[in-house]
Design a protein around this ligand. Structure first.
Ligand SMILES: Nc1ncnc2c1ncn2[C@@H]1O[C@H](COP(=O)(O)OP(=O)(O)O)[C@@H](O)[C@H]1O
Ligand SMILES: [Mg+2]
Length: 492
């Protein structure tokens, strides 16, 4: 049984986050994590200055199933199943020692050692630390109350690892960085603000303090916060609040990378489910939307991030799992969440495709376009607009060439490389091009001149209407000032 408790499927990150939940529930103001490389004897401690436990409470804490999951918990309790301390620790290590003391009390130790339990085939909870490990607990003497959780024999990540092997060491260091990013995200709402929680990793100075990472980049001036909504269910109130993050153009490069989050821009889109302010799900469409599988994560929705807040009273209806890494909306909430998400997704898509100029750019219907998109027998097709003045004029003057030009148009329309464009954009959105992007002023003006000539006829003075038409073409709309100045002699 105790060996089976290891198999809940925690990652190192989700395991440590679960242990931190206990410290936070115990009202810790400071948490110090030390994760130390010693090859296959590497170890990890979590020290907190929370309320601590007396001996009776400590013994109970070490019991798998220390509390009934159906019990009502206080509003700020981050626990649920009475399992996390054991399952999270055993998922990473074979020896778990907890030491704790309450205000004015003596420090008690309890240890589960899987090898001991296996060898003696009895549930014996040991009362001392492993010999040689006493040193890890000296910090407790400095604290009025608090707890230390020590994980040793971390076989899941360190089995057979050699202390002297540089590649092994580097892998371990990468895990520390990844843990840091994970915690900065999961607990950001606890850390924010002046009196927020302090979490330190491998040190006690300011530089070792983990900085909160806000997935909504709510401090950025170009972030568009959407009006929030709340809805009452029989077991609690759910709140949602959508954010459209700024387009890439609005970020400095390092800022943009940071705003992406631990898993990158695309993966971090979607809902962020918080239970008592603790993040459970970091970017998922939660199986909502779509007809069969729900919305998938698409490049053009990557700027949409939606905060959902649920209280711990709703754990059962939202199917919170032991690892606290999933949440499933109850079907009663589906429609409401989908409708809300639709609005946010639509806005996000438009910011994404307008390359950050959303808001101060002209409305699409004021613009004259050469391409039309429409449907034919259930397929999306793209056509050159035969009613566009430029196209119409050219075809009228084409005379004998008209059927050939028409045939060329048709061929182009039938073979627009949609798949290729879609793939390129999905893989390298940063390469997407504004009309005329990368051309010189002269190249743009040459093209404008030819277009104007084509519309008004060679040798004729272009009318104001013609200039207006050209300035409103999608291709020239960002260069209209220069074109007007040249042909009409007015600035702007
Ligand atoms: N760092 C800690 N400080 C104080 N109490 C703790 C700490 N860690 C665990 N406990 C106690 O142990 C109990 C069991 O923890 P756990 O197995 O994680 O289950 P749960 O969090 O679901 O209650 C907690 O309810 C709490 O009373
Ligand atoms: Mg817990």
């Amino acid at each position: 049984m105790i060996e089976s408790l290891r198999a809940y499927g925690y990652s190192l990150n989700s395991a440590i986050a679960d242990l931190l939940d206990n410290s936070i529930t115990a009202h810790a103001k400071n948490i110090w994590i030390h994760m130390y490389w010693e090859g296959d004897s590497s170890w990890l401690t979590i020290i907190d200055d929370g309320t601590g436990m007396d001996e009776k409470k400590l013994i109970n804490a070490m019991r798998p199933g220390s509390q009934n999951p159906l019990d009502e918990r206080t509003e700020d309790d981050l626990g649920r199943f009475g399992l996390g301390l054991k399952t999270a620790s055993f998922s990473q290590c074979r020896s778990l020692t907890v030491a704790s003391h309450i205000n004015g009390g003596k420090t008690n130790f309890r240890r589960w050692d899987l090898d001991y339990v296996g060898k003696h085939n009895e549930w014996r909870l040991l009362k001392t630390a492993r010999s040689g490990s006493e040193r890890f607990f000296s910090k407790l003497d400095e604290l009025e109350h608090g707890s230390i959780v020590l994980l040793e024999h971390m076989d899941r990540i360190c089995e057979g690892q050699n202390k002297a092997d540089e590649s092994h060491r580097r892998k371990f260091m990468d895990r520390i960085s990844s843990l840091q990013l994970h915690l900065s995200m999961v607990f950001h709402r606890f850390m924010e603000g002046r009196n927020g929680l302090n979490i330190y990793i491998n040190g006690i100075d300011e530089e070792h303090k983990i900085k909160p990472w806000d997935p909504f980049i709510s401090n950025h001036i170009a972030t568009q916060k959407q009006p929030g909504e709340r809805k009452k269910f029989h077991d609690g109130v759910v709140e949602v609040e959508g954010y459209i993050l700024p387009h890439k153009d609005k970020f400095a490069p390092t800022e943009h990378e940071k705003a992406a989050g631990p898993n990158g821009w695309n993966d971090q889109q979607g809902f962020y489910v918080y239970r008592n302010k603790r993040l459970l799900v970091a970017g998922s469409w939660l199986g909502l939307g779509g007809r069969r599988h729900g919305w998938t994560k698409e490049e053009h929705y990557k700027l949409a991030r939606i905060k959902i807040d649920i209280p711990n009273r709703m754990d059962s209806t939202w199917q919170i799992d032991v690892k606290k890494s999933t949440a499933v909306p109850p079907s009663l909430a589906d429609k409401w969440l989908e409708e809300y998400a639709e609005k946010v997704r639509k806005e996000a898509r438009s910011v994404f495709s307008h390359r950050g100029q959303y808001g101060n750019r002209r409305q699409v219907n004021e613009m004259s376009r050469l391409w039309l998109s429409s449907m034919r027998g259930g397929s999306q097709i793209y056509k050159i607009d035969r009613d566009n003045d430029l196209v119409k004029g050219l075809l009228n003057r084409a005379d004998k060439l008209k059927p050939e030009i028409e045939a060329l148009f048709r061929l182009l329309e039938e073979t627009v490389p949609v798949q290729k464009i879609w793939l390129d954009m999905a893989e390298h959105s940063e390469r997407s091009n504004e009309p005329m992007g990368g051309l010189t002023e002269k190249q743009i003006m040459d093209l404008a001149d030819t277009t104007i000539k084509s519309l008004s006829g060679t040798g004729r003075r272009p009318s104001v209407t013609t200039i207006d038409f050209v300035c409103n073409m999608e291709a020239f709309i960002n260069h209209s000032d220069v074109i007007r100045a040249k042909y009409l002699g007015v600035e702007s």
